[in-house]
Design a protein. Sequence first.
Length: 509
Amino acid sequence: MPKTAETAEIPRSDPQRWKALVFIALAQLMVVLDATIVNIALPTAQQDLGISDGNRQWVITAYALAFGGLLLFGGRISDLWGRRRTFIVGLIGFAVASALGGAANGEAMMLGARALQGVFGALLAPAALSLLAVMFTDAKERAKAFGIYGAIAGGGGAVGLILGGFLTEYLNWRWTFYVNIPFAIAAAVGAYLVIREPAGARNRASLDIPGVVLSTLGLVALVYGFTRAEHSGWSDGLTVGMFVASAVLLAAFVITEAKVKAPLLPLRVLTERNRGGVYLSLGLAVISMFGLFLFLTFYLQIVKEYSPVKTGFAFMPMIVGMIIGSTQIGTRLMTRVPPRMLMTPGFLVAALGMLLLTQLEIDSSFAGLIMPAQLLLGLGMGTAFMPAMSLATHGVDPRDAGVASAMVNTSQQVGGAIGTALLNTIAASATTSYIAARAAGAGDQQLLQLQGMVHGFSSAIWWAVGILVTSAVISFALINTGRPDMGPGSSGDGDGAPGDEVRVPVAMH
């Protein structure tokens, strides 16, 4: 991209950028909280609304399908409309959808509200990340901003478990939806007052309708395939059909994007090795994280008989670890060492934490095993998440920032769906085998059931360890950019060379 008066590089920063970060972080926290907060409330909501056991998973799936399927479209819309406008529309829509969910009087209204939350979440999430990418241009400031964002992205899910426990136990499940409304209003008002998006950063090319249709249907089929596999099995006809359809649709999407004049997802966003390495390694790491949230929640509530609130607080060591890893380790070192020197060790430290949890037993000590394992997991993931979030928009032209941001959200969303389904299936299979092999000679069947459950969890966690090690290998092999150039006005061409930064135009709206 040639240097012109309009696109002169980084001569000044938006004076409101730190205030803007507060509202961007608040919105991101709301979206991440919502991914887990509803899990805690689901049993009570199911009973109140008369949702059948067969349909209860749709409370989670409806959100995941809409969110995961529409993320790329949402990222492109933010490039087209402008990130500030898309961000505010996403917040208002999310608040309305949350109000409908809280007021739901039956199954249909609840599922509709969850799908609507997913639609507006798909607008909001890529707009938030791409706003950071175009507003923070100095390497040190960018490291701090993405450190905060990475801590929220990584730890928000665990915070959701605490908040969900409190609201469900002391108020009502409906407040797990209503709580989003003040978050959304505060973030929307703040965004309107303080966010000033750089001029010339929009991509006003016509919308790639075939790309929108193919990517949305392909991602929906993929996410639904994994969520269906969790309860219907991997050999189920519809599950297999969804995977085949997804492969065909996404292959057609790639072919289409290579040919159209204004693609929804320019392939240059994916093929740059650093960004590709981030999308792949982060998606795999999230598979492990989501599986662990599920197993630890069941272990603490069913085996240890913790209340919802106590279960939520039991995740505090992970949250503390993520905050320290992201804001203290990652932020302080990001401008001093290449990103892979943070991501690779981060994933390996997280794998070590997972490795400790393979030793889980019915009578395992929280202080002796679960707490140190969570601390290691949080430290590792926090350290890795921060440079990964920053690198997701590495060297991207501002006009592609929205769709590049959408890709990192998509990798996390698809990773979460895969993690929940894949690891839960492995755990269930191991539990069944364990109980079947010991049922005849067991005196206490209830104890055997609990032992089988814990054995299943530890078996699946071994897979999670392997997945995190794979993330570490991928990040080391693919991510080769050097540390950010600390000189003023540094810029790159997006090829992954040291010093590449997002190129930001001068003028502010």
